[in-house]
Design a binder for this molecule. Sequence first.
Ligand code: SAH
Length: 470
Amino acid sequence: MCIKKNMLVRVQIEDMTEQGEGIGKVDGYTLFIKDTVVGDLVEAKVIKAKKRYGYGKLLRILTPSPDRVESRCPVAGPCGGCQLQAMNYAGQLAFKRRKVENHLRRLGGLDIPVDPVLGMEDPWEYRNKFQVPVGRNRDGKIICGFYAGRTHSIIETEHCYLGNEINDRVLRLVKDHMETFGIEPYNETTGRGLVRHVLVRQGRATGEVMVCLVINGRCLPHADRLVEALCAIPGMTSVSLNVNRERNNVILGQELINLYGPGHIVDRIGDISYQISPLSFYQVNPVQTEKLYATALEFAGLTGNETVWDLYCGIGTISLFLAKQAKQVYGVEIVPAAIENARENAVRNGIDNAEFFVGRAEEVLPEHYRKVWKETGEKLRADVIVVDPPRKGCDEKLLDTMLQMQPERIVYVSCDSATLARDLKVLCGGGYQVKKVQPVDMFPMGVHCEVCVKLEKLEKEKTEETSRKA
Ligand code: SAH
């Protein structure tokens, strides 16, 4: 059968893309169909037909997959926030494990076992952070919500099931304030208008709440009235403005204007407390963060004598856990506000064996390496190196320096298994062996998956043997 646009087809969904779209075949021709789940038998309309593959629109589910469930959220389909809500949680965890395995095999050349994904008991209301754009809908009403998948049109969200009612209250107050005082939302096309994004962050352990409005200017009309209204929300600790006048996709600008409170909130993970500024990265799922950090700490295998580098350290979250069990920890992070938080956090937890540097990991570490080499003729020492880079993974210069340093163990915490696989290939080529791969589900209902990997230095003989064979 030759597949053409507008044709109606019956498709058995056999697999899913990394983005959570169903994949099925009709007479050997591959179709990608959004909103379907592995195991569904569906009727679809072909909306685009290329030579080797096409796209279908789901019309009817003929036989639902055993993993299919009713989406909880009414806008689960159009909203780009959740891609896997129509799949039960066990199915989501299996999907993520397969994704990590595939990446490691295909992009890393690594045929190694991946542990079952550590999931949540209750995979809802987990997010401690909301960052949503503000705009107008077709009727001219001010709305906040997530972007529809792969677009910049905002899907209004009155309540997101991944968060709690505090976000809903904040967003309602911000919208009311804008309507009352005629404040324009920012328009991406014209570059006009004031309010771009609303950021809400909660310390789930402490109950402290932070609100930051990202604005295309330096002044919010009647800001005192908004602060007053927001302060009626229990736990409101910090209200600020972030100035972003650039016409780009980056959400936060550099400048903060404090409206209320100390400019940060405090949260706790395990027995360590952290102050967090609006500009600093902080993991969004506190329940799973504890599991992730516990895994990273276990993989680091510390006894109290080790020197550890924690690269991409943010506000020093992992660094401070490590510091409690190591001799000395050095953290490196690019955002100055995060390093300020990290230094404060060491002090507030009485930790004096952690030192932090602002800069790019791929510059700071090689510079230290060269300096120590020049001054002492010895290699910069690390027993363990921890990396936790953003999605794009580690820079090659950084990986090179890590290989020169030859730590006993490397712990790689990754939020993108594709770049993880690429980097592991380099590390394994440089004399390291992957010992354990533990995915942790930080983003239930979404397609992303966090992974923690333990690498060990191959003993010398083994390295030589491998290189002789090669
Ligand atoms: N380990 C921390 C932060 C991980 S997120 C935690 O668990 O909380 C990744 C961090 O890397 C962010 O804080 C980001 O600002 C930082 N970053 C991004 N590029 C960097 C680079 N080239 N060098 C150092 N840090 C970088």
